[in-house]
Write a protein that binds this ligand. Structure first.
Ligand code: NAD
Ligand code: ZN
Length: 343
């Protein structure tokens, strides 16, 4: 089969690889759609010697498709079923997996599309435990739920206790910085699951109306003076949760300065910025955390919300031949919705 791979560092391209066979407990998925994630840009741009991966591998970690074949012992899915594929292959045995945090399995530095073969090919073989039935959802649209949807969901679950505690006495405030692939779902989870007033921040004007359409109560442009402008909209108490899906010096500083006492800051974006922490900044008893991915159990919850019709999924579809263009549009920031490629 034809696959889009990282052939060498900074050298992606098509190559022919064998169609995988589903071993015992595995299913063969015919890939319907692969969402392109901003993290892919890191893999595509990285020079050798930085990332701990052996090359080549097939790119693409947001995968959904149809069951095409099943290995021995799999009897609860049928050929043709639409399924979402979790990004990671946990070992289910390490201490993190046994704690239910399979997103932090000892093997998580490696996943489908980053170090191991991903979904940008006609087929992929996956452990049954790593697929989630999609029911009537179209897998060509649902693919981004596996990372953009699920990773933002995990981050929101971590800040929910803070927002709920504040909601007992006042209307809490949440800030989402970067309303792109991940952030556009974060806005929705916050509206679906909390009482928070949601303030969205983005660098691109084209995202402002989209953010409002997804439920954001206020929208602020990124750039000069962000921290100060944000504080004017957030108000004196600060934001009970700030979810930073960008992670540059500026956004991190804005997050640290605007989060409330007893609030929380999630650093999700891999912008590799830094910011200063000192006594009093962040505010007292404010938690700062750096989540990665989502538990497979959380992906099930995400799919449940989508199957119930409660989530807007915006995608821009691309043919397999146009995958390089799609990545370029992602890098240039000119997409209107998650790019989904159909191999
Ligand atoms: P994306 O390109 O779809 O969206 C980024 C959004 O941020 C866009 O709307 C863009 O206009 C906006 N933006 C860019 N620069 C900005 C700035 N300085 N201030 C405010 N807004 C700005 O990206 P994505 O796929 O949603 O990924 C977002 C980040 O999350 C990336 O850094 C990615 O690597 C990271 N990520 C982390 C995890 C994790 O597990 N921690 C998982 C997936 C992605
Ligand atoms: Zn594990």
């Amino acid at each position: 089969m034809r696959a889009y791979r990282l052939l060498d560092w900074q050298q992606p391209g098509f190559a022919d690889v064998p169609v995988p066979e589903p071993g015992p407990g595995h299913v063969l998925v015919r890939v319907a759609g692969v969402g392109l994630c901003h993290s892919d840009v890191l893999f595509l741009e990285s020079p050798g010697g930085v990332l701990p991966y052996d090359l080549p591998f097939t790119l693409g970690h947001e995968i959904a498709g149809w069951v095409d074949d099943v290995g021995a012992g799999v009897n609860d899915v049928a050929i043709g079923d639409a399924v979402a594929v979790a990004c990671m292959s946990p070992c289910w045995e390490c201490r993190w997996c046994r704690q239910g945090a399979d997103n932090y399995c000892v093997n998580t530095w490696k996943g489908r599309g980053f170090g191991a073969d991903g979904g940008l090919a006609s087929h992929i073989a996956v452990d049954r435990r790593e697929i989630v039935p999609l029911g009537d959802l179209d897998p060509r649209l649902a693919a981004p739920l596996t990372d953009a949807g699920a990773t933002s969901y995990h981050a929101v679950q971590r800040v929910r206790p803070k927002l709920d505690a504040a909601a007992a006495v006042t209307r809490p405030t949440a800030v989402v910085i970067g309303v792109g692939g991940l952030g556009s779902y974060a806005v929705q989870w916050l509206k679906l699951q909390t009482q928070a007033r949601v303030i969205a921040v983005d660098a691109r004007e084209e995202r402002f109306d989209i953010a409002r359409g997804l439920g954001a109560d206020d929208v602020i442009a990124a750039g000069e003076g962000l921290s100060r402008r944000l504080s004017e909209v957030v108000g004196g108490d600060g934001a009970d949760a700030v979810l930073d899906f960008v992670g540059t010096d500026k956004t991190l500083n804005a997050a640290l300065r605007n989060a409330a006492k007893m609030g929380a800051i999630a650093l999700v974006g891999a912008g590799m910025g830094t910011a200063q922490v000192r006594y009093g900044q962040p505010a007292h008893d404010c938690d700062v955390f750096n989540p990665q991915g989502a538990r497979i159990a959380e992906l099930h919850e995400v799919i449940d919300f989508a199957r119930a019709g409660k989530v807007k999924i915006e995608v821009e579809q691309f043919a397999f031949d146009d995958v390089a263009d799609a990545y370029q549009r992602l890098q240039a920031g000119t997409l209107n919705g998650r790019a989904v490629v159909t191999p």
